[in-house]
Design a protein around this ligand. Sequence first.
Ligand SMILES: [Cu+2]
Length: 506
Amino acid sequence: MHRRGFLMAGLATALSGSRALAQMKMDSMSGMDSMPGMGSHAGHDMGAMAQAPVTLPEGEGLRQLPLLANEAGRPGLFQARLTAEAATARFVEGQDTPILAYNGTSPGPLIVAYEGDRVEITFANRIAGEQSTVHWHGMPVPADQDGNPMDPVAAGADRVYAFELPEGSAGSYWYHPHPHGRTAEQVYRGLAGAFVVKAKADPIPAAYGDTVLMFTDLRLAADGSMPDNTMTDLMNGRVGDHVLVNGQKNPKLAMARGAKRRLRLYNATNARFLRLAFANAAMTVIGSDGGLLEAPVVAEEILLSPAERVELVVAFDRSGTATLTTLDYDRGWMGPGRPTDAGLTLLTVDVSDAPAEAMPPLPERLRPIAPLGAPTVSRRLVFTETMAMNATGMEMGFLINGKAFDMGRADIVARAGDTELWEIVNQADMDHPFHIHGTQFQVVERERDGKVAKPPYLAWKDTVNVARGETVRLRTRQERPGTRMYHCHILEHEQLGMMGIVDVRA
Ligand SMILES: [Cu+2]
């Protein structure tokens, strides 16, 4: 591969002096000039700096995410306060890890609201010296309430985010910061939480429960701190050493034989692709990013790229141990240190011999999804990666249509209410999960090596993986005017330029 060869030669040159590194065109340079080499974190190293990953305890009871309390005191309104600030976590006994947290916890508190509710959340940014925002990932909120990088909340400041949750919007959303140049770091340091919008009439039996499993990706140094991003992280996106579920490594869940459980899986990692399978239990997909499918679909495995969600019903029909594990997935990796993808156990379920009480069946129809109509506009977005040495250092670029993100430039002008066809063409060497703010879209086809395939079912999505060499065609519509972002959800790629602005006009 010509490009990879060139890249490594470029890296070797850059690493010969910290001056070259310091001149790389990046938003966040913290820690770079003190780095002796790329990939100095545990497990992914080039040599001398290697150290064994810290061991985390496993097998604790699965923690439920703490609920964000509704302080409104009247129906139809959800009112709360969300504070982002420095906190301390204890991943390893006897060792404090400085993190960023919402209301003191990471993942942040679980927000549960209902279709038809008005939401008013006061956000307090108490991160020392850094601006932040809250982006409501996947939710149909007005553009000026969506935590765009153009609307930062200064350190020490408060602002209210207010929006309504329309009928039909039930789904598995999340919230995370989106400040210019600092999104990747604020997220990997701990800022992300789940936001579940519930339907007033939910077809899924209540006996299945409703459990959020939020995956994050932790890297710990021997002293318990979280190391800064390295060159490898900036190129590939930051992949940690431990995939956590609700902040725990391989927690345990006890189930009775024959029980069914509704699980909402969230990939809240910066850059980890999760190809998942359940051993000794049967998975049925019931929902995607933006809520329920039309009908349940049995699945042997699931690929959850960064920022994607899936809703499952898992049937635990065999006593013994059922495990949620990862399978190998090659999403393209630049440079050395490709992390181990396969064989990680994320969750262990102990299924008892004693049978569960009889469970109601899953309905055959969940809800109708109206296909978005014929598009009136077509657009083509081409992803490329560039690596080049110039007189001042190495430039890395993650580009859309040859351009890096510019906050002052509208890349696309669209009209509210128009259905558009977006063709996302990945000409790069890595997969890039593509996300559009403020709406849910429908994938209509994928093309690779001249072969076109329709998706197996209709679904509302806000993030879709576009594999290297692949073209994904989707139909999308913005209902309201305002400025919306679209970007790769490998957050380091977003930060290095793979983002654009659509100016939606009335
Ligand atoms: Cu990307």
